[in-house]
Design a protein around this ligand. Structure first.
Ligand SMILES: [Cu+2]
Length: 337
């Protein structure tokens, strides 16, 4: 091969590789990382992309070079020379892909092993998925149950999933992993948050009419703030404490993603406007308090005309103190509204 040809091949390859690298690096393909596991998964991703870019550059270089150099002259009707295989080439193009694919396999296996290895002092959270809401239970805090996932930064967290009805899938883009929740199976996900902040929790498995509303938030806090929150919540739910705040119960549960309630700054449109509760109770011919209470624990007992049945999940496992506070809060804010 002439020196000019080699230089041309290298030139084209460098150009193609450079362009592909620019597209890979300059566009924001991945969400920001907020967990150790996501960082490792991103490494596998970029490792694979790097290999792909090298192969891409090689293929484009040989392709363009051949098109430019070996194309037939306009009046050339002759056949090319007959070629019967090339053992050297065949060994090379079998060996290189084998090495590359095996290396991706090894890197992935190391990352999977590390991602599944629990750290010390694991925080266990039981996650329940149902049409169309998430709830989170903290065994370490007397089974405190909330609708927003709160986690301390830097601590190993093991989420254990239960699905009450159909298959759902837990996804926080910034944590980098998805995990299906399957009725009858116990699935798990290990997360070590690395950044404080608020991230979306999304159901990423089409699970019915209200699937798009099956969202809540993961709030990652400093360990001190988390422990303070956990202690405050445990005290509030275990004693018949009159200071349980109905507003907090409303906020901690996904009510606001489906309902409008001015007092809570909520503007959901999937369910009836909760500012008009007295009117809805009259329509259902029920006393206000009883109407609100059964609507929360057993939504299908009465379905508001014009709204879908089976979309609101029953909140039957709310501790009594929280349910009482929530009902009082709704009575008061809807009377104002
Ligand atoms: Cu779902």
């Amino acid at each position: 091969m002439r020196r000019g040809s080699i230089l041309a091949l290298i030139g084209i390859g460098t150009l193609a590789g450079g362009m592909a690298t620019a597209v890979a690096v300059l566009l924001p393909w991945l969400p920001e990382d907020a967990s150790k596991e996501a960082g490792r998964i991103d490494f596998v991703f970029w490792f694979t992309v790097g290999i792909c870019i090298m192969i891409f550059a090689l293929v484009v270089a040989v392709l363009l070079y051949s098109i430019l150099n070996f194309r037939a002259k306009p009046d050339d009707d002759s056949d090319g020379p007959p070629i019967h295989g090339h053992t050297g080439l065949e060994i090379v193009w079998t060996l290189i892909p084998t090495i590359l694919v095996t290396s991706i396999g090894i890197v992935s296996a190391i990352v999977l092993g590390r991602n599944d290895a629990l750290g010390k002092n694991v925080l266990h959270v039981n996650v329940t998925a149902q049409q169309f809401a998430w709830s989170f239970q903290y065994p370490e805090a007397k089974n405190l149950t909330t609708g927003v996932l709160r986690l301390p930064v830097g601590r190993s967290v093991l989420l254990s999933f239960t699905a009450l009805d159909v298959i759902h899938s837990f996804w926080v883009p910034q944590f980098g992993q998805k995990e299906d929740t399957v009725p009858g199976l116990h699935t798990h996900l290990h997360i070590t948050p690395t950044k404080t902040g608020t991230f979306p929790v999304i159901c990423t498995e089409l699970c019915g009419l209200g699937h798009a509303t099956m969202r809540t938030e993961a709030i990652v806090m400093t360990p001190a703030a988390f422990n303070k929150w956990l202690k405050g919540q445990t005290a509030a739910t275990t004693s018949p404490n009159p200071t349980v705040s109905g507003a907090a119960v409303f906020k901690n549960n996904p009510c606001g993603s489906c309902h409008t309630l001015a007092a809570a700054g909520a503007s959901g449109k999937i369910g009836p406007d909760l500012d008009k509760l007295p009117q809805w109770a009259k329509q259902a011919k029920q006393p206000l308090e009883q109407f609100i209470r059964t609507s929360i624990t057993n939504p299908n007992a009465y379905t508001q005309p014009g709204f879908p049945k089976n979309v609101m999940p029953p909140f039957s496992s709310l501790p009594k103190a929280q349910l009482d506070a929530l009902v009082q809060y709704l009575i008061q804010s809807s009377k104002k509204g």
